[in-house]
Ligand binder design. Sequence first.
Ligand code: ATP
Ligand code: MG
Length: 367
Amino acid sequence: MKFFNREKEIHEILSILEGEPNIIYFIYGPLNSGKTALIKHIIENKLSDDYKVFYINFRTYLISEKREFIEAIFTTKKDDFFEKIKDKSEVLNLITKGAKILTGIPIPEVEFDKLFEEKINDAFQYLNSILLEVKKSGKQPVLILDELQMIKDVVLNWQKYLLKELFQFLVSLTKEQHLCHVFCLSSDSLFIEYVYSAGELEGRAKYLLVDDFDKETALKFMDFLAKEILNKKLSDEDKELIYNYVGGKPVYIYSVIDEMRYRKLEDILNLMLKEETQKLKYFLKELDYIKPKVELKDEIIEIKKDDIINALKLFKENYEVSDDDIPEPVYIYLVKKNILFLNPIEGILKPQSFLIWNAIKKLLNGH
Ligand SMILES: Nc1ncnc2c1ncn2[C@@H]1O[C@H](COP(=O)(O)OP(=O)(O)OP(=O)(O)O)[C@@H](O)[C@H]1O
Ligand SMILES: [Mg+2]
């Protein structure tokens, strides 16, 4: 599918890339807002060959221990090949010539095995030397860590030091050495907040929001897709209707218009809302027999169902609510369950999607 819009975000990220690396960037936004699609579009279509991009997507791996974390970052395989990398000269070849984008840090197989016996710092030192080589060859290195929340298990459950070491290393790449641009992507804003404080990133990291499309852009996206997929124009009423159901989430707009090839619009939208409403209904029912709890500042806090209902009720009239209006453990729980999205910069909570918002309004009507 063709990429649509995001001119403002593209301009901002390209401007950052044109400058000297100085700071770590967190690209965050609601689930499925288009963060991965945006960064991929930029590196694939907007960046010249003067850049060398190391794009690491943690979602490709199941990461529950240090070994898997290292495996996710380093690859012993040549891109698109299953051939192993034998020696340093092959690595040099890959990073100074070859493709603009690599999906891991290349390392000879023997050295890769050694990484597990040594301290994590040695792995970062190796990575540092690779980035220096890239720079020496006249290219600007860029490091992208996508789906950062996938390392949550490792770093929260048993290797907290890993997170600190990783981010101290990223600080050194940016603020200290000005060697490599660093972008970390995630929809888990609670985890990003945690990383920010645990990694001691004050003044060393910035946030970039990639939100769902606003209404005007969403309507234009519908026009664009209708032409591409249906080869026709949608009426203003149809577009309003779609927006009222699914809002500005690109993935939903796409699937509605794609299904319009073989189903009636009303049926598509009603089914989507029904599914979302059922999910929310089961979530609320479950609260009768599980005891919802969250960990907050090393304390386990139980949450009452009524408090959850009361929090959700605030969204009957509003799409956005201040995080001061809902007790912290309650909104943390709802954010963790992907019902709400927290924008920690603005201190604003909103449903993860218009669909969930509609489901909330439908279910809590009369409450
Ligand atoms: N600007 C866009 N133009 C066209 N399609 C888009 C655009 N943004 C997102 N999409 C579509 O939406 C889908 C979901 O987007 P994407 O996976 O990038 O979201 P994400 O924010 O990375 O999600 P997650 O929160 O799971 O990481 C993409 O596969 C793509 O089809
Ligand atoms: Mg993504």
